[in-house]
Design a protein around this ligand. Sequence first.
Ligand SMILES: Cc1ncc(C[n+]2csc(CCOP(=O)(O)OP(=O)(O)O)c2C)c(N)n1
Length: 557
Amino acid sequence: MDLKTRTAAEVLVDQLIVHGVTDVFCVPGESYLPALDAMVDRDIRVTVCRQEGGAAIMAEAVGKQTGRPGVCFVTRGPGATNAAHGVHIAQQSSSPMILFVGQVDRGVRGRDAWQELDYRAVFGSMTKWAAEIDDAARVSEMVARAFQIAINGRPGPVVLALPEDMLRERVTVADAPPAKPVESAGDIRAIGDLLGLLEQAKSPFLLLGGCRWDEEARAAIVKFAERFEVPVATGFRRMPLFDPRHRNYAGDLGLGANPKLVERVKASDLVIVLGERLSEVTTQGYTLWDVPMPQTRLVHIYPDADEIGRVWRPHLAIAATPRGFAELAANAHGTSVMPWHGSVEAAHAEYLAWSEAPTPQPGEVNLAEIMIWLREQLPADAILTNGAGNFAAWVNRFYRVRRFGGHLGPNSGSMGYGVPAAVAMQRLYPGRRVVAVSGDGDFLMNGQEFATAVQYGLPIVVLVFDNGCYGTIRMHQERDYPGRVIATDLKNPDFAAYARAFGGFGATVERTRDFPAAFEAAVASGQPSIVHVKFDPDGITPTQTLSGIRAAALKKG
Ligand SMILES: Cc1ncc(C[n+]2csc(CCOP(=O)(O)OP(=O)(O)O)c2C)c(N)n1
């Protein structure tokens, strides 16, 4: 085969296309202009963003949603450090993403040259691989390796630095074949061992979470849950892995989890964990069991054997991807004696009792009623995104994610996620309704990406739940230092006017009953929209008030 001579930048872009990349999110910089130029007239959609933190979150969201690395390009030191926000989210969320960063010319490296940064040192602890491509002839090899690493085992972010002079060099090299996910089902004996444990169990429980899932795996695990009559919970920010209306669903084991669900998991004598890495939030601050020997039979099925046993010694460890394992599990036959079978109904009833009806809230706005309206009105394939703050407790408790990929949140609890994630989702799925749920503090961390939605005509609907404070921190403050308020009050802009100033649609809601009309007007506008919902800060969680928390703390002394 005759190979043509290409610049390293062209080799890089060709390699992205070989890997099926359709979207690149970026903030431009002079350091990687050759790579940008190589994207002109190519089959790649470039989304130019307003801040690298937003661009990196968009790439993370693509990785989380598709299982294929989201791709982000940023410039040297200032761009890369801004983008660190999204890289850390990808690391904690186990989302595949690749961040390409411009780098100074090879000839001046090490002089603390203009915007120079040692990427290996800076990103070493929050990536699966951080490297610099020194040799133009190795671009295709290293980019393919970046994809291979990002998607396999426990997926995560990769950072590749691109010295500018290297990008301009001309080389004659072949493209590398695309990286593929390596699936593993665990060995057949492990399934036998699992069935043996089920035979001895009195109160088994299935916990789903993490990555390496797809719609087929999700459907297969339903069969397993039905056959063995086990109740199922989803881990923190993994609600799309099981239909909440299914009779086996027991609830979401995340922030603000149903105490009855937590008790049920603790009381189970066999907990089968599939895909979930057993993070701090899912395990309720590592309190589900004693560390390191759990007082249950723990079966941990995870794609990366190195993650198994990080905190707890499992009774049975299986290195397998959910995709590989779920299929095997769906076809497993075993015990016909299932003394626990009534627990499915009981667990689902507890979930419904927890999530069905709204809890009361002081003031004119009830966020539970709004989330319930949304779960009834939004189409089944809608995508909800959110960042971090107490407002998300209403999403976790009252919203119902019916389809795979119907919800995205930062597993790192990072504020500012909802808007950029919504932009990325609307870019990928123009026909689906995409709604970002934000707090007032949360929104302004990356609210500037509303401009990106306007630029590309993306009709996302952003809900800004405004209580005039960093509510989560105020709640902790009142609990630990009652009445001593500092650094948690916010003087906010008019978010509806903000939307209009950017060229979108804005509406303000101050009573629950006005929400449906405002939301419908936002959708009808066909524009990127913000619905600014002002609510009483006293209603700090679905069940607690700030004044109550303060009074209890003062009483305790
Ligand atoms: C990037 C980032 N910075 C700071 C925090 C700490 N933090 C967690 S929640 C929160 C307040 C969120 O406020 P808001 O968005 O208004 O939501 P609320 O809690 O009031 O519902 C803060 C500051 C964080 N999680 N992420």
